[in-house]
Structures are given as structure tokens and as C-alpha cells.
Design a protein around this ligand. Structure first.
Ligand SMILES: [Zn+2]
Length: 186
């Protein structure tokens, strides 16, 4: 989209299945703030056919990425859009049995799995905040890759690599200064 001659990159959040509206609204606002761009939420979609692996009882993350990429190509003639899928399901890829999130920097699509991000006791209100914050950090991290941002050595930067949900709790939902200026140049 062109506004005053400036090419605006937009982000589309794609819920797979019944993702709570409060979570999607939270992500929309927080992502718009961090990426300085327009963020919209698409209508819910069903799980891509063939994504479920019966032997592993998990879903293939690559199928979600391909599905999002095909959708993006259909509507994104200027090739400036990013798409991020949010799924309840457990994801895996050939490198890892537990995938919190994954991005394809070339095709500018990403996916985040909520399955592993729930804290131990969800009943407490502060645990809901912790859950939402984990989802946000994972979403910012994966979208960062779609802006060609690499992993960071700063343990507080959102681009720091997290292997487990508890790792996510140690870092911020924001970019370090170096990554922030890289993002601005992209
Ligand atoms: Zn950084």
C-alpha cells in the first residue's frame, strides 16, 4: 500500500481455528507498535490438509508456512505483506520435535504454536499475562526473521534464540538498539 509515496509494509495475523479474540486484539496492537505498521486479523481458517502427522501426533510447521505463502502471493502484488499464523496445535519440523514458532524469511511468512506456551497454572490472572507475553515475544521474534533480522547475542533482545517457553520469560518483547535500527532500514 502506498501512503504519501512511502511503501508501507503490512502484517496480517491469520488464526487457524478458534483463537481467542482478546489474544488476537492484543497481538494486533502490540505488533503494530513494534513494527510501526498496519496490522490486521484475517478470518479464522482451518488447519491445512495433510498437516497432521499421525505417527508423531503433531503438525508439520512447513504446511502452515506454505499455506500462508500461497495466500500471500494471491493478494500481495507489491510483495510487501507479512503473514503470521497462530495455531493451537503442537508443531514440529525436521530439525526439532517441539517448534514454538518458525519463519520463512524469503517468503515473509511465519507461524506460532500456542501449545507449549501455556504456563503451568492458567487459572491465575498473572499467568494469563505471562502466556500472552510469551505469544507476543514469539510472534515478534518470528516476524523479525521475515524482516531479515538474525538471532541476537543480547539475552534481553527479542531476537535472542529461545529453545523453551521458560527461555522466553527471560527476554524482552522488544528489539535491542542494534536490531531496532536494522529494522528501520528494512
Ligand atoms: Zn538484538
Amino acid at each position: 500500500m502506498l501512503i504519501l509515496g512511502v511503501d508501507v509494509h503490512s502484517i496480517v495475523i491469520v488464526p487457524f481455528g478458534d483463537i481467542p479474540k482478546t489474544l488476537l486484539d492484543f497481538l494486533r496492537e502490540e505488533l503494530a507498535f513494534r513494527f510501526g505498521t498496519e496490522v490486521s486479523v484475517a478470518d479464522p481458517e482451518s488447519i491445512p490438509e495433510g498437516a497432521f502427522d499421525r505417527h508423531r501426533s503433531r503438525y508439520r510447521s512447513s504446511l502452515f508456512l506454505r499455506h500462508l505463502e500461497e495466500e500471500r502471493q494471491d493478494v500481495d502484488l507489491k510483495e510487501t505483506e507479512r503473514r503470521i499464523g497462530i495455531v493451537h496445535a503442537d508443531l514440529y519440523n525436521p530439525e526439532s520435535d517441539v517448534v514454538l514458532g518458525e519463519a520463512d524469511p524469503v517468503d515473509r511468512v511465519a507461524v506460532v504454536s500456542l501449545a507449549s506456551l501455556h504456563p503451568e497454572s492458567e487459572a491465575l490472572p498473572e499467568e494469563d499475562l505471562r502466556f500472552r507475553t510469551r505469544v507476543l515475544k514469539e510472534a515478534v521474534h518470528e516476524l523479525g526473521h521475515t524482516y531479515q533480522l538474525d538471532h541476537c547475542g543480547n539475552p534481553k533482545c527479542v531476537m535472542y534464540l529461545s529453545h523453551a517457553p521458560n527461555d522466553l520469560d527471560q527476554k524482552n518483547a522488544d528489539f535491542c538498539m542494534a536490531h531496532q535500527s536494522k529494522l528501520k532500514r528494512r
